[in-house]
Write a protein that binds this ligand. Structure first.
Ligand SMILES: [Zn+2]
Length: 449
């Protein structure tokens, strides 16, 4: 059976597993197969959850697969569980490679997302219960980083756990399990591998999922093939900002892929959307100037961010500083508020006559929608949570009221798009990550000859 056949056998899934369910499922497998699975505690989260790694297979290759590097991206939780299940069931699958699977590297952040894991899977419900950690608290972007004037070494215990594992295993391949929100499928890979781009395309196509051919996540992403990029490096992000006289990143670190590079590890990220939209891979030209759409979107984003910032600044003295939500907002708002300047600088480099494609227009506008839904939602929860504690200053109430009204408008706007969005079955999302993981190992082995 090929990895693609196996990927298509993922059963129907109706929710995403939370921290306790992930541990329970992997522990049950370990209890059933004590001769196959080695269970090892590799760390402890800041709030006290154990972090566990499950290893299965013989080697000599070492594969490292980790979910929850962005705790708002739960597709990988299922992918990790499914991998271990299948590796237990099939000796052929575990031949020649030892698989090391971390079911959830950020339990603290994941618990703050569990409010949406059981559905309903519409964007309004999702965003209202969404939590993304501040960049310095994202496992993926909190590895040590030293470059020109940037210096980051505030490594969290979760990241340190992953660093130790990477150094211990020196993995052949590493798969960091991420996902996006709306659009199509795209990938990041740390090395160009023969035939791999076509394979990655074929995997998405076999699940009838569109590729994301619109806006790349960042202009520094190097294109390897359609919807396949080189890993984003923090150095490139720094240089891009420096060349344009913009503030350079100094509040977060480098990625797990950059860290694993020292061991020759080939890294893959498969980015998958919960929802697709017919515009996501529509390359048809519109009548609109790309530059103009970009500038319009930037103006709108700036307005949205200013409202959030006003509310947050006024509320800040009355909010508990130890909340992950408050730390997230405090970090994201200044970061996002720099985005309009960066995007306006980018707009000056674009030919005003260039027409935007349908996918670019959709991608640019939807990014704004995403930002205000996500961070507006986090701010709303921070205010509501403080009030729910029962000791909120009176000054918080009018601020919560004002934000609720504005956020409600954003939610209504988002809900109006619901009809156009197609929710991808969770099993297909898992299937793509699963297949891409095995395809990577194959491609790396081919390359090694
Ligand atoms: Zn991510």
């Amino acid at each position: 059976m090929t990895y693609l056949d196996r990927a298509h056998r993922v059963p129907e899934l109706d929710h995403f597993p939370g921290v306790d369910e992930i541990s329970r499922r992997l522990d049950v497998l370990t209890a059933k197969h004590p001769d196959l699975i080695t269970r090892r505690r590799i760390g402890t989260s800041r709030l006290g959850d154990p972090i566990t790694m499950y290893s299965i297979g013989e080697g000599p290759d070492q594969a490292l697969v980790y979910a929850g590097v962005h705790p708002n991206e739960p597709i990988g939780f299922w992918t990790a569980i499914r991998l271990v299940e299948d590796l237990c069931a099939d000796p052929g699958l575990r031949a020649g490679c030892r698989w090391n699977v971390i079911g959830c590297i950020d339990p603290d952040g994941t618990r703050l997302n569990e409010g949406w894991f059981d559905g309903p899977f519409d964007r309004v419900h999702y965003a209202a219960h969404f939590y993304r950690p501040a960049p310095a608290e994202q496992v993926e972007w909190s590895f040590p980083f030293q470059y020109k004037d940037a210096y980051f070494d505030q490594v969290m215990p979760e990241t340190l756990a992953l660093m130790r594992v990477i150094d211990d295993l020196k993995p052949t391949i590493a798969v960091s399990l991420h996902n996006t929100e709306v659009g199509g499928v795209y990938y990041y890979v740390s090395k160009k591998l023969k035939g791999f781009v076509d394979e990655l395309h074929a995997i998405a196509a076999s699940f009838d999922l569109p590729l994301d051919l619109g806006e790349p996540e960042t202009p520094v992403a190097k294109v390897i093939g359609p919807a396949v990029f080189g890993m984003i490096s923090q150095q490139a992000v720094y240089d891009y900002a420096e060349e344009r006289g913009l503030p350079t990143p100094n509040e977060s670190g480098s990625s797990s892929a950059a860290y694993a590079e020292r061991h020759g590890t080939v890294n893959l990220v498969a980015e998958l959307p919960y929802w697709t939209h017919s515009s996501a891979d529509d390359q048809a030209e519109t009548e609109l100037s790309y530059q103009q759409v970009l500038l319009d979107v930037v103006d709108e984003l700036e307005g949205n961010l200013q409202v959030m910032d006003e509310v947050f600044q006024a509320a800040r003295p009355h909010l508990s500083d130890d909340s992950q939500l408050v730390r997230g907002i405090a970090s994201f708002l200044p970061h996002l508020l720099r985005r309009p300047g960066r995007e306006r600088a980018r707009a000056t480099e674009i030919d005003p006559g260039r027409r935007a494609t349908v996918s670019e227009v959709f991608g640019l506008r939807d990014n704004n929608r995403m930002y205000r839904l996500r961070y507006g939602g986090m701010l709303m929860r921070a205010l509501d949570g403080e009030i729910a504690r029962g000791s909120a200053a009176a000054a918080l109430h009018p601020l919560a009221h004002r934000l609720r009204e504005i956020y409600g408008e954003w939610q209504q706007e988002a809900a109006s798009l619901d009809q156009e969005l197609h929710a991808v079955p969770i099993k297909d999302l898992v299937g793509v990550q699963y297949a891409a993981t095995f395809a990577l190992l194959d491609a790396v082995r081919r390359e090694a000859g």
